[in-house]
Design a protein around this ligand. Structure first.
Ligand code: E4P
Length: 222
């Protein structure tokens, strides 16, 4: 499973990229606003220089002609830009045109299996079903992932990858991985939670203190 980080905070992206475990980045207008960045194009260019994998940059318009122009502008920033468009009739038209031109496209705001089928037909590189936001309204976000993976698996010609979005906790990630979702975009705080287990911390503390009792140093050994 590929790991993308869901943030527009360049310091966080640099820190997580240094782990060597980061495969890409997703941003959205809300995350850009939260980051305080004043130049969106410059921000995406900087992120694309830090991470080799896909970097999602979302269009701001909602009508077809303007979204298309914005998407084409964003695609010029770097080869690893994935233009993010909303799952609307106009957004999917833009997706088809950009995909046919060889640009990566991430279709966002997917909340149903029917929408995911449309995204695949429009040639999306990624479809982003929002798990947490479905949970928030009392639905089962993970069930949507299961449905989309099952449907896509019926058609080997579909190349669209299921990008699990709106991830709120490690369970969302683990369950999506069990279902075979291709990618998860994860907030930095949840990525850090993935490392943690009380028995790892307890076990390491014991090993460190027992090692000290041996009085040895691996680096100073003859
Ligand atoms: C996906 O690309 C979105 O940026 C994101 O996952 C939305 O998550 P949220 O529901 O926590 O805002």
């Amino acid at each position: 499973m590929k790991f993308f980080v869901d943030t527009a905070d360049i310091a966080e992206i640099k820190d997580l990229a240094s782990t060597g475990l980061l495969d890409g980045v997703t941003t959205n207008p809300s995350l850009v606003a939260k980051s305080g960045a004043k130049n969106f194009i410059a921000l995406i260019e900087e992120i694309c220089g830090v991470v080799d994998g896909p970097v999602s940059a979302e269009v701001a318009a909602t009508d077809y002609p303007t979204m298309l122009k914005e998407g084409q502008r964003l695609a010029k920033i770097a080869k690893n830009v994935a233009v993010k468009v909303p799952l609307t009739p106009d957004g999917l038209k833009v997706c088809k045109v950009l995909s046919d031109d060889g640009t990566m496209v991430n279709v966002t705001l997917c909340f149903s299996a029917a929408q995911a089928i449309l995204a695949a037909k429009a040639g999306a590189t990624f479809v982003s079903p929002f798990v947490g936001r479905l949970d928030d309204i009392g639905q089962d976000g993970l069930n949507l992932i299961s449905e989309i993976v099952e449907i896509y698996n019926q058609y080997p010609a579909i190349e669209t990858e299921v990008l699990v979005a709106s991830v709120r906790n490690p369970v969302h990630l683990v369950e999506s991985a069990k279902m075979g979702a291709h990618v998860a975009t994860i907030p930095p705080a949840v990525i850090r939670q993935l490392y943690s287990h009380p028995l790892t911390e307890k076990g390491l503390a014991t090993f460190v203190s027992d090692w000290a009792k041996t009085g040895q140093s691996i680096l100073d050994a003859a």
